[in-house]
Write a protein that binds this ligand. Structure first.
Ligand SMILES: Cc1cc2nc3c(=O)[nH]c(=O)nc-3n(C[C@H](O)[C@H](O)[C@H](O)COP(=O)(O)OP(=O)(O)OC[C@H]3O[C@@H](n4cnc5c(N)ncnc54)[C@H](O)[C@@H]3O)c2cc1C
Length: 342
C-alpha cells in the first residue's frame, strides 16, 4: 500500500544523475538526454570523462511500476512504525511503515537554491560556448564580485532542442534567494549575448542538502532518510540504488535503517558532511580554485566522492588528495571544517 496526495501528478523537477550511478534494472529508456563529456569551469575548463544524463520523469514513473500496489490518496498526518493516520482521520495499519515524505526547507538546514529557464538550444548556444553541458561554471560574469557568495551556471540539454540554464547556489544556510539568482542569471546571459524571450518555462529549486539525524523508530527512505549527498544535493540515483537493499531487508524481516546505514555508509556520510561544512566556510574568492582542484582529480577520485554511499577508503582518499592539492588558505578551511564542522 502507498499513501500519496497526488499519485498521478507528473514530477516537475528536472532530475539528473551521472549515468553510471543509475541501477541497471531501470534501463536506459529513463533518460531524456545524455552528455558523454560534460564540462566544468573554475578558473579553466575541465572536460569530464563521465556521462551525465537528465531523467525523463514520465519514463521513470513508468519504470517504477506500482500496478500491484494499493494507492491511497491522502496526506499522512501522524506516522508511527505500524500506523499512518491521514489528515481526514483514516487510520491505516501496516506491518511496517516507511516514511518517504521528503524534506522541507528549514532554517537550521543547509539548502541548495537555483533559478533556471528553459531555452531553445539555438538561443542558449552563446551561453554554452563550445561546451555541450556545463555541470558547473563558476565564472563571475553573473554580476558578482570575488567577495559575494558564489553561484554557478548549470547548463544541461533536456533534448536536442531545449537547454536548461540554471543559476545555482550549491549550499547556503540560507541559500541565495530566487530573486538574487534570477538577477545573476539575467546578467550572465546578457554578458554572453543571450536575450531570453518573455514567457519562459522556469524552474525554481530549493531543498535541504542535509537531513536532520533520524531519531524516530519509523523507517525512512529517500531524502528523509538522509540519502541526499550533503556536498552536492543529489539523492535521486542514491535512492534508486538503495531500493534493492530496502526490499531485501523487508523480505527478510530485517531493520530497514540498518540495511540503509551500515557503518561504512555512516562514515562516508560523516566525511561528506565535513565537505559541506567546508563549502559553507569557503572564502568566496577561493571557490573557483577549489573546484579547479576537484575537477582536476582523476574521474575515479571524483566519482568516489560524488557517488555511491559506502566507499569509505575511496571517499577518504579523494578528500585527502584534494587537501594536499589545494593552496594553503583553502587547506586551512578544509582543516577547520574537519575539526569543527559547521
Ligand atoms: C527542482 C529540484 C530539482 C532537483 N534536481 C535534482 C537532480 O537533478 N538530481 C538529484 O539527485 N536531486 C535533485 N534534487 C534534490 C532531491 O533529489 C529531490 O528533492 C528529490 O525529489 C528527493 O526525493 P524524495 O523522494 O526523497 O522526496 P520528494 O521528492 O520530496 O518526495 C516526497 C513525496 O512525499 C509526498 N508527501 C509529502 N508529505 C506527505 C504527507 N504528509 N503525506 C503523504 N505524502 C506526502 C510528496 O507529495 C512527495 O510525493 C532536486 C530538487 C528540486 C526541488
Amino acid at each position: 500500500m502507498a499513501v500519496d496526495p497526488h499519485p498521478d501528478r507528473p514530477w516537475s523537477p528536472t532530475y539528473a544523475a551521472w549515468v553510471d550511478e543509475l541501477p541497471r534494472w531501470l534501463g536506459s529508456g529513463v533518460l531524456r538526454s545524455r552528455v558523454p563529456h560534460p564540462q566544468a569551469f573554475g578558473t579553466r575548463t575541465h572536460l569530464l570523462d563521465r556521462a551525465y544524463g537528465v531523467l525523463d520523469n514520465t519514463a521513470l514513473h513508468r519504470a517504477l511500476d506500482v500496478a500491484d500496489v494499493r494507492l491511497v490518496r491522502g496526506l499522512a498526518d501522524t506516522v508511527t512504525a505500524e500506523t499512518v493516520v491521514l489528515r481526514d482521520g483514516t487510520e491505516i495499519r501496516a506491518h511496517r511503515v516507511i516514511d518517504a515524505r521528503g524534506l522541507r526547507p528549514d532554517p537550521a538546514l543547509a539548502e541548495q537554491t537555483a533559478f533556471g529557464i528553459v531555452l531553445p538550444t539555438s538561443a542558449a548556444a552563446p551561453a554554452l560556448g563550445d561546451a555541450d553541458c556545463w555541470f558547473m561554471d563558476w565564472r563571475r560574469d553573473n554580476g558578482t564580485s570575488q567577495t559575494d557568495p558564489p553561484s554557478f551556471l548549470y547548463a544541461v540539454p533536456l533534448s536536442d532542442d531545449a537547454m536548461l540554464l540554471e543559476e545555482t547556489c550549491l549550499a547556503g544556510r540560507p541559500g541565495l534567494t530566487q530573486g538574487e539568482l534570477r538577477r545573476r542569471l539575467d546578467t550572465r546571459l546578457r554578458n554572453r549575448g543571450v536575450e531570453p524571450p518573455a514567457n519562459l518555462e522556469v524552474e525554481r529549486v530549493r531543498f535541504p542538502v542535509e537531513a536532520p539525524r533520524h531519531t524516530s523508530d519509523v523507517a525512512a527512505f529517500g531524502a528523509r532518510a538522509g540519502l541526499i549527498h550533503p556536498g552536492t544535493g543529489y539523492s535521486v540515483a542514491a535512492s534508486l540504488s538503495a531500493v534493492d537493499d530496502v526490499v531485501a531487508a523487508l523480505v527478510a524481516g530485517h531493520d530497514v535503517g540498518k540495511a540503509l546505514w551500515p557503518w561504512r555508509a555512516r562514515a562516508v556520510l560523516s566525511l561528506r558532511e565535513v565537505g559541506l561544512a567546508a563549502l559553507l566556510r569557503l572564502d568566496p574568492a577561493n571557490t573557483a580554485v577549489f573546484f579547479d582542484a576537484f575537477f582536476a582529480l582523476p574521474v575515479e577520485r571524483q566519482r568516489a566522492y560524488l557517488s555511491g554511499r559506502d566507499d569509505l577508503s575511496g571517499t577518504a582518499t579523494t578528500m585527502w588528495t584534494l587537501f594536499r592539492t589545494v593552496p594553503p588558505p583553502i587547506r586551512r578551511t578544509l582543516a577547520e571544517a574537519g575539526i569543527r564542522r559547521s
